[in-house]
Structure formats: structure tokens, C-alpha cells
Design a protein around this ligand. Structure first.
Ligand SMILES: [Zn+2]
Length: 171
């Protein structure tokens, strides 16, 4: 059996494709994974649309104006971190990336593409309403809240990547 070589040229399934779309867009997948998603996107309308929408969303997020963080933002985030769970995982933390960099550390609802999507839409909508229509300041608070799931996931992914790179370079 030549399973490995064959897999290389086979498109992945929809589930695999969707759960790796973000990394695919970020360019953090290895060549084979990337190729399999590319092939799947070529043949699957549903996933291709999702891919295009994500692409647009990221573009919009990148072009958001710099906004100041609402008062109490840090405190709200710190208060939302499940400290008990953090402590429980102390033994694992020694060998792996810090627990707050584990994907599972973010609640599944935050990581869900739909949440990130809707949040992004809210962020873009409120930022637009504030910037273009001169809406009230509290719209910017909504912008921050809306952008948060996406930002958290991306920030976490970036930090995890950086941690692993540093660790590797330290041997
Ligand atoms: Zn698909």
C-alpha cells in the first residue's frame, strides 16, 4: 500500500477543509495539507464560498481603523479567563505551550467560525456606523467586542507559533 503518496494528491473532506481554512489562509499549513485543501476548494462550491467569505472578512478586519480600547477591557478579559482550569493544567504546561495558547483554552463558541464571522460583521458594521455616519462612541465598544473572537483566536495562534519557534531555537 502506498497510502502516503496517494493521500498527498487527494482533496480533503469538507470537515477537514473547514476546520483548517483559517490556517490555510494564514499560510501555516504544511505543503501537503495546503495542497489537499486547495484541491478541495477547487471542487467544492460550499467550501469555496466559505473560503472567499473568510478572505473578505480578514481583509476587512485588516483595514479596520485603529481604535482605542474601551475602559475596563483588560479587566473584562482577565475576569473571563477560567483560572481553575488554568491551574489544573499546570503539569502539562511544563512541557507544552502555555495553556492559554492551547486552542481548547478558548471556549468552543468563541472559536466557532460562525461566532468569529458574526463578530467580524458586527465590528465592521459598528466601525462603519461610527466612522461614516458619526454614530455615538459606544458603537466603538461594540466594534471591540465584535472583533474580539477573531482577534483572540488569531492572537493565540500567533503566540503559539512564536512560542514554539522560540522553544525550538533554544533547543
Ligand atoms: Zn467542501
Amino acid at each position: 500500500m502506498d497510502g502516503k503518496a496517494r493521500n498527498t494528491n487527494e482533496p480533503c473532506g469538507c470537515g477537514d477543509c473547514r476546520s483548517n481554512l483559517q490556517e490555510y489562509l494564514d499560510g501555516t499549513l504544511n505543503k501537503n495539507q495546503s495542497l489537499r485543501i486547495f484541491l478541495h476548494l477547487r471542487d467544492c462550491d460550499g467550501c469555496r464560498i466559505e473560503h472567499e467569505q473568510l478572505q473578505l472578512l480578514f481583509k476587512d478586519l485588516d483595514s479596520l481603523p485603529d481604535i482605542s480600547v474601551p475602559e475596563g477591557f483588560d479587566e473584562a478579559i482577565m475576569a473571563a479567563i477560567p483560572y481553575a482550569a488554568y491551574k489544573e493544567m499546570a503539569p502539562l504546561r511544563a512541557e507544552r505551550v502555555p495553556v492559554y495558547l492551547e486552542e481548547e483554552f478558548l471556549p468552543a463558541t468563541v472559536r466557532a467560525p460562525l461566532t468569529r464571522w458574526l463578530g467580524g460583521a458586527v465590528a465592521i458594521g459598528t466601525a462603519g456606523a461610527h466612522g461614516l455616519a458619526g454614530g455615538p462612541e459606544w458603537l466603538l465598544a461594540l466594534t471591540a467586542v465584535g472583533a474580539m473572537p477573531e482577534l483572540l483566536v488569531r492572537l493565540q495562534g500567533l503566540s503559539r507559533w512564536a512560542t514554539l519557534i522560540v522553544r525550538r531555537s533554544e533547543g
